[in-house]
Design a protein around this ligand. Sequence first.
Ligand SMILES: *[C@@H]1O[C@H](CO)[C@@H](O)[C@H](O)[C@H]1NC(C)=O
Ligand SMILES: *[C@@H]1O[C@H](CO)[C@@H](O)[C@H](O)[C@H]1NC(C)=O
Ligand SMILES: *[C@@H]1O[C@H](CO)[C@@H](O)[C@H](O)[C@H]1NC(C)=O
Ligand SMILES: *[C@@H]1O[C@H](CO)[C@@H](O)[C@H](O)[C@H]1NC(C)=O
Ligand SMILES: *[C@@H]1O[C@H](CO)[C@@H](O)[C@H](O)[C@H]1NC(C)=O
Ligand SMILES: *[C@@H]1O[C@H](CO)[C@@H](O)[C@H](O)[C@H]1NC(C)=O
Ligand SMILES: *[C@@H]1O[C@H](CO)[C@@H](O)[C@H](O)[C@H]1NC(C)=O
Ligand SMILES: *[C@@H]1O[C@H](CO)[C@@H](O)[C@H](O)[C@H]1NC(C)=O
Ligand SMILES: *[C@@H]1O[C@H](CO)[C@@H](O)[C@H](O)[C@H]1NC(C)=O
Length: 661
Amino acid sequence: MALDISCFFLVALFSASCEAITSSDQMCIEKETNKTYNCENLGLSEIPDTLPNSTECLEFSFNFLPTIQNTTFSRLVNLTFLDLTRCQIYWIHEDTFQSQHQLDTLVLTANPLIFMAETALNGPKSLKHLFFIQTGISSLEFIPVHNLKNLESLHLGSNHISSIKLPKGFPTENLKVLDFQNNAIHYLTKEEMGSLHQASNLSLNLKGNDITGIEPGAFESTVFQSVDFGGTVDLLVIFTGLQNATIQSLWLGTFEDVDDKEISSSVFDGLCEMSVESINLQKRSFLSLSSNTFHCFTNLKDLDLTATHLKQLPTGIVGLNNLKKLVLSANKFDSLCHINAASFPSLTHLYIKGNVKKLDLGNGCLENLENLHLLDLSHDDIETPDCCNLQLKNLSHLQSLNLSYNEPLGLKTEAFKECPHLELLDLAFTQLRVKAAQSPFQNLHLLKVLNLSHCLIDTGNQHLLNGLPMLQHLNLQGNHFPNGNIQKTNPLQTLESLEILILSFCDLSSIDQLAFTSLKIINHMDLSHNRLTSSSIEALSHLKGIYLNLASNSISIIPSSLLPILSQQRTINLRQNPLDCTCSNIYFLEWYKENMQILEDTEHTLCANPPSLRGVRLSDVMLSCNITAVGIFFLIVFLLLFTVALIFAGKYFLRWKYQHI
Ligand SMILES: *[C@@H]1O[C@H](CO)[C@@H](O)[C@H](O)[C@H]1NC(C)=O
Ligand SMILES: *[C@@H]1O[C@H](CO)[C@@H](O)[C@H](O)[C@H]1NC(C)=O
Ligand SMILES: *[C@@H]1O[C@H](CO)[C@@H](O)[C@H](O)[C@H]1NC(C)=O
Ligand SMILES: *[C@@H]1O[C@H](CO)[C@@H](O)[C@H](O)[C@H]1NC(C)=O
Ligand SMILES: *[C@@H]1O[C@H](CO)[C@@H](O)[C@H](O)[C@H]1NC(C)=O
Ligand SMILES: *[C@@H]1O[C@H](CO)[C@@H](O)[C@H](O)[C@H]1NC(C)=O
Ligand SMILES: *[C@@H]1O[C@H](CO)[C@@H](O)[C@H](O)[C@H]1NC(C)=O
Ligand SMILES: *[C@@H]1O[C@H](CO)[C@@H](O)[C@H](O)[C@H]1NC(C)=O
Ligand SMILES: *[C@@H]1O[C@H](CO)[C@@H](O)[C@H](O)[C@H]1NC(C)=O
């Protein structure tokens, strides 16, 4: 018997999320009520009246304010951040920012400044960050900063400045960043550098200036956090000029478009006369590299030789005994043994990623690096049928190993026995060949993070993840399970410490009810981008308070019996499912509205059915599934008629029966 249910829908569509403020057809976007506004690129020539006096952060770039004065911003007394990038400002009048006492950051980037009054910055005494990038200025005298005692960073890139000499009275007490990149500074004198001597722990950026000379001793009076000479053609100039300098980090790399000189070994001799902890020589090339080239590097902790065209490091290099961190990425080694690791026995961090050639791991090439904690061998085209015990011999302190993005690796039982202290193992996007019934990760007692995403692993192997008692984070994204199903017996069952499990893009269509029973302390489960229907939710019934991502699956109707399982979770994402918004799903739709606080991405959680509601947010659907009065009337009439018909039929049948006796 068909029930006469009549449904009707009411859809309330609310306006778009961002509230907008209108001003002469133009709209500023409110990002935080009464505080943060974005008025970018609206062709405005004044501050719109609709902007509240309480505005604190204002992004006002790409507008039109050729001159600014004391009245321009006077209303906005609580401004802390003001971005005036590319507003065609050329004239900044007296006392322009007199009312902005709280101003912390002022961005004047890309304005063709001609004049700035002496008193322009008198108001914002707590100004910390000032941007004058690409403003056409040629001298620091142009900027009236004398009262800015709190200034921490001054950005002056892409101007015509030829001297870094700070004017008298320039506030250096709190100065931490002085950025002169891409200016016209060619020579650094002792006097100019002396003006910085009060600043301590300064980061000085001179990248992209064609420095051709430094007066000896110019750097000796100041302690620098970092100095960046990126792109300087002749490094000899720098090493002779930096005598007696104390610099934490020295950036001496170069760029593709710079026609630099090859470095001869003697260039680094100057390093014996200075104190530097970290050097970056990215993209430089060495004229010759001998075991003596680095003899002045004895105090160095950190050396970056990314893309320095290296095929080999010489044996017995002198001077790298104390090195802790070495980056050899994007070079041309044929074999890992060609780095001659015995020269830097104190190393704790080694990065060789993106090697230009196919890297052969060799046997025991790193066995002297007994202190190594981190090894990054990603993107190296490594391919080996039997990894990794011979290759990683003696790396007993290794905690983090990255072998992601390589060619197929064969792994046998206890493949990482040489590295019993591993805590993180990243094998993402590297195809793994594991024979059935073997357990490659056996005995990694401390392993916490294992990334097996897109490894094409055999998930039918019950022993795959044996022996990982501490594993907290497992990523299996992009691996497939037999028949798209996670069975009751599966390799996840031994992972009792697991907290985060990623099973997205696994082409799953079902999960057995008992598949996850041993996962007791999970708090984050990503099942997105599969083909799951609501029946798989049953497998989560023992889990509480988790973050559950079910986005992009095939869930359409969720029966009421499964709703308590969802209710007990912390956050749920259901976006991009073909959700049914008819009366067949009424229990779920009601539950949805009552539980909005635990639902994520509700803006994008939409109905797929019926066609009239496709694309409507679930939260906006109003469904009434009661039997209407008319429906009840017809139902009663129908039942009545049916009964009468039955009685008549009965009577007729009896009569017919008696007549035929
Ligand atoms: C924003 O300002 C208006 C008017 O001053 C005030 O009524 C409202 O409560 C403020 N809202 C917030 C979130 O501060
Ligand atoms: C500026 O901030 C102060 C302190 O938060 C507040 O008392 C004052 O009302 C604000 N001024 C405006 C115009 O909103
Ligand atoms: C702006 O400056 C003018 C001339 O110096 C002065 O008369 C006026 O009072 C100032 N306005 C404000 C809001 O301080
Ligand atoms: C904003 O500040 C201006 C000038 O200080 C004042 O005239 C105006 O009444 C203020 N507006 C509001 C809404 O408080
Ligand atoms: C120097 O600055 C760096 C970052 O700029 C900071 O990490 C470091 O702690 C500072 N050192 C001192 C001694 O202030
Ligand atoms: C560097 O310091 C040493 C000893 O303090 C001194 O003899 C030498 O002249 C200094 N070099 C320069 C270039 O100032
Ligand atoms: C292997 O490591 C041990 C300490 O863990 C060290 O004593 C030994 O010298 C290393 N072997 C080689 C060949 O360097
Ligand atoms: C491993 O290397 C890849 C590629 O270089 C990188 O994306 C990934 O973040 C690294 N893994 C870890 C844990 O740092
Ligand atoms: C593998 O997962 C770890 C942990 O989430 C992450 O840090 C790492 O970046 C991932 N590797 C790649 C190649 O994405």
